[in-house]
Design a protein around this ligand. Structure first.
Ligand code: M6R
Length: 355
């Protein structure tokens, strides 16, 4: 059941600390200073020189986040929307690990891409939530995200668990010790709990519910989170929402910005990244757009924003897992204001088993 929550989506948002605890269990070796994936054969780790991710929807955004982490660790990585993956045109070099990220393990597009990769001779890895799903059965190896069952059509805890799992995968393929993600991964459950306990997303949602469109902007690791925030908003509110890399605004989308288009800006990261995003926030503010800033340094950016969604400070590479929780809550409470059928949006299915 919904354990007292109005919707499965909210229940699953609140289950995220526990979901992350499960995702990381047995995979963080504190004493050793390392991160491990016992389910990933050592031979695959050794043979992997580069990675191709294939996925759809939210899972695709999780792979974009994962790819940024892998590239930062010197592992050449590409991401493909599974329905557009074409082994003929994107030749597989030897040493390529093809990683399908899929909550259900049954998404036809993702299974199709994994089968193509397999036929072309690549080693395949499934990163999935569902034990013995088609993806798990068909790939050379499987790493479970262990988010627990997800009922709501809108992916929430599965996305967080995918983010944590691809961060662990990046660490394992990189092999560096002490692992720089260790502390951040360990703190994720309590960081997310703090957001759940203190978020003012409900109040903000009530203020921005009447809008023509919503824009989400972020740079670097936060770009995929901006895309995910927009997807969540459009799925459950039916409002138009779009995510952009913050720097792209001025190359076109800025023409759409008015007093009736709230802009949600993810402002975290190094000073340099923050400064640039702050510049983008000024551009939309001067067009009169209501600005919602999601940030770990409210003292520096609060003056820019109409509304602030605060997150605890953590490893800059892992803070996107936490900021995303604020975007989930913002979408949820906006849809709630609009009285939408949150768990079962029109036209959508939990698992898309046709190509
Ligand atoms: O089961 P999968 O992770 O393969 O599903 C992929 C997408 O269909 C899924 O993430 C979809 O975009 C969600 N409804 C997003 O909330």
């Amino acid at each position: 059941g919904k354990s007292g929550y109005d919707h499965y989506m909210l229940k699953e948002i609140y289950e995220q600390p526990q979901a992350i605890r499960q995702s990381t269990r047995g995979r963080i070796l504190e004493l050793d200073g390392s991160v491990t994936l016992p389910d990933l054969p050592e031979s695959i780790v050794e043979e992997t020189d580069r990675v191709q991710f294939v996925a759809c929807g939210s899972s695709y955004y999780a792979t974009q986040y994962g790819a940024a982490l892998l590239r930062e660790r010197g592992i050449p990585t590409q991401t493909f929307v599974a329905s557009d993956y074409d082994v003929e045109r994107i030749p597989l070099e030897s040493g390529t690990l093809v990683v399908g990220v899929t909550q259900s393990g049954e998404t036809a597009d993702t299974l199709g891409a994994l089968r193509d990769a397999n036929r072309a001779g690549a080693t395949t890895l499934a990163v999935t939530n569902v034990v013995a799903s088609s993806a798990a059965r068909e790939c050379d190896a499987t790493v479970y995200i262990r988010a627990g069952p997800e009922i709501s059509v809108a992916a929430t805890k599965s996305f967080a668990s995918q983010q944590a799992t691809v961060a662990i995968l990046a660490s394992v393929l990189d092999g560096r010790r002490p692992n720089p993600f260790l502390g951040g991964l360990r703190d994720l459950p309590s960081d997310i709990q703090r957001v759940l306990d203190t978020s003012n997303a409900r109040e903000i949602a009530a203020e921005i519910v009447d809008a023509d469109a919503y824009f989400f902007i972020g740079r670097g690791y936060q770009w995929p989170v901006a895309l995910e925030g927009a997807l969540k908003m459009k799925e459950i509110t039916y409002a138009h929402a779009e995510g952009f890399p913050a720097g792209e605004l001025k190359h076109g989308p800025l023409a759409l910005v008015t007093e009736r288009t709230p802009v949600v800006a993810l402002v975290t990261g190094s000073n340099e990244v923050v400064e640039k995003t702050v510049g983008n926030v000024r551009e939309v503010e001067s067009r009169g757009a209501p600005v919602v800033v999601v940030t770990d340094s409210p003292e520096d950016v609060a003056h820019l924003a109409d509304f602030v969604l605060e997150v605890p400070e953590t490893n800059p590479a892992l803070v996107p897992v936490v900021t995303n929780v604020q975007l989930q809550l913002l979408a949820y409470w906006t849809a709630y204001e609009l009285d939408r059928p949150i768990d079962k949006p029109r036209n959508l299915a939990k698992s898309v088993t046709v190509e």
